[in-house]
Unconditional design. Structure first.
Length: 68
């Protein structure tokens, strides 16, 4: 599925920053075009299915809680 996003661009020092307004993803590049290319890659990675590289252990813990 393809979806369009809005990017806000600005320059900070020697770098250009690209921020997606719909999703909290930001990237940078040496040019405006480079920042947009990097933002596209970051958005693509953001929407990938998560894959665990280490399978976490799930445990339950019990603690005594006093009512205040």
């Amino acid at each position: 599925m393809r979806r369009k996003f809005t990017a806000l661009l600005w320059q900070e020092g020697d770098w250009y920053v690209a921020q997606c307004l719909e999703v909290d993803v930001v990237s940078q590049g040496e040019t405006e075009e480079g920042a947009l290319v990097n933002l596209k890659e970051a958005l693509s990675l953001h929407f990938q299915e998560p894959r665990a590289t280490i399978v976490p252990k799930i445990r339950q813990v019990e603690v005594e809680v006093r009512a205040s």
